[in-house]
Structure formats: structure tokens, C-alpha cells
Design a protein around this ligand. Structure first.
Ligand SMILES: Nc1ncnc2c1ncn2[C@@H]1O[C@H](COP(=O)(O)OP(=O)(O)OP(=O)(O)O)[C@@H](O)[C@H]1O
Ligand SMILES: [Mg+2]
Length: 187
């Protein structure tokens, strides 16, 4: 097994024999307690739940072969490239990316990590990965400004032009975020 990435609370390995990515979670103590008390779904289970929700909404996600509380195994999607490498030159991918953002917004799927490294491109189609970081807010409060603020802050410099496009799609005024930014500066 090859170590691909070490995050603060997770590690990703690649197993060539099964052509699978293995994600192991090691959350901080407070989060473990939240999972145990069912205030939050375990990350492995959450990944599977989000994959199912996105799948129903028409978003492609990797095939899951194992979903345990702290371990998630998905098949390699054999992507052509991460979205970050392709988005600048492709109006189609830009629209697909905005489609996913709009779907998340309209279906109350919150995520701080909706950056273009968490989407892969295969045969011209987006594949959403890193789904453990999403939060299903169907029955929970969904902070619309925070959603947009997080997304804008993870966009690359040459991707910022997408932000006003999403506001238009959502039927929001161009100054929708102004109040939020001022509020943020106070903290
Ligand atoms: N099913 C998959 N198919 C192809 N590549 C994958 C797959 N799962 C993960 N990867 C690769 O592994 C990398 C790391 O995976 P992932 O984004 O889930 O973890 P992470 O970025 O470390 O997590 P976090 O953002 O929570 O720190 C991805 O950027 C991608 O290159
Ligand atoms: Mg990632």
C-alpha cells in the first residue's frame, strides 16, 4: 500500500492490487465523542450517505467497496485529471462544477472543501470525491452565507470569476456577501 496523503485527521493510501483508495480517519477526541453520541455521523458512513444523496441528484461519485466508521475504501475512478488542472480551459467543466455547487446549495449539502482538487474529471464528466467532509443539512440549519463564503475562499485565483456566476444562478444579488464580510472582520 502506498501512502498518498496525510491530512490532519485522515490518511489516504492506494492499494494497487485492488486499484482502491483507502481513507483512514483519526479524528480528534471531541469529534469521536460526537460520533459516539450520534451528534454527527461517523466519517466513513457519512461518505457513503453523501455518495447516495449525490448519486440520486445525478452527481457521479466513486464506487464504495467498504464503509466503516473510521475507514472508507473506494475504487480508483481512473480519472483523466483533477478538475483544478482542466477547469480553466473548459466552459463545459465550469458549467458542470457550477451545477454541482447549485445542487449542493439547493439540497442543503454543506461542505467547506468544494475546491477543484476534490473533483476529478473522467471522460469529460466530473466525479466528486472527499465526501466525508460534506454535511447533510436536510433537517439541520443551512448557513447560506457561510456556504458561499467557504466556497469563495477555496477558489483559486483564476477560478474566482465563477463566484458571481453562481450568485446569478442562485438568483442572488451581486452584493449578497457584503454584510457577511463586514461581520467576519469584526471577529
Ligand atoms: N476513488 C478515487 N479515485 C481516484 N483518486 C482518488 C480516489 N479517492 C481519492 N483519490 C485521490 O486521493 C487524493 C486524496 O483523497 P481525498 O481528497 O479523499 O483526501 P484528502 O484531500 O486528504 O482529505 P481532506 O481534504 O479531508 O484532507 C485525491 O486528491 C485524489 O487524488
Ligand atoms: Mg481532498
Amino acid at each position: 500500500m502506498k501512502l498518498i496523503q496525510t491530512g490532519k485527521y485522515s490518511r489516504v493510501y492506494y492499494d494497487a492490487a485492488s486499484e482502491s483508495f483507502i481513507k483512514e480517519f483519526s479524528p480528534k477526541f471531541e469529534d469521536k465523542l460526537r460520533y459516539l453520541l450520534r451528534f454527527k455521523p461517523y466519517p466513513g458512513m457519512n461518505f457513503a450517505h453523501i455518495a447516495q444523496r449525490l448519486g440520486r441528484l445525478g452527481v457521479v461519485t466513486p464506487e464504495i467497496t467498504e464503509a466503516k466508521p473510521y475507514r472508507l475504501v473506494t475504487r480508483d475512478v481512473h480519472a483523466d485529471a483533477p478538475l483544478c488542472d482542466e477547469i480553466a480551459d473548459s466552459a463545459t467543466l465550469q458549467q458542470q462544477y457550477l451545477d454541482v455547487l447549485e445542487l449542493c446549495w439547493r439540497n442543503r449539502l454543506f461542505c467547506r472543501g468544494l475546491h477543484t482538487r476534490n473533483f476529478l474529471v473522467k471522460g469529460g464528466q466530473l466525479v466528486a470525491i472527499d465526501l466525508d467532509a460534506y454535511k447533510d443539512c436536510r433537517w439541520l440549519p443551512f448557513n447560506r452565507k457561510e456556504f458561499l463564503y467557504c466556497w469563495e475562499s477555496v477558489l483559486g485565483k483564476n477560478e474566482k470569476f465563477l463566484f458571481p456566476q453562481l450568485l446569478i444562478r442562485l438568483g442572488l444579488p451581486a452584493d449578497f456577501m457584503h454584510g457577511q464580510l463586514k461581520a467576519d472582520k469584526r471577529h
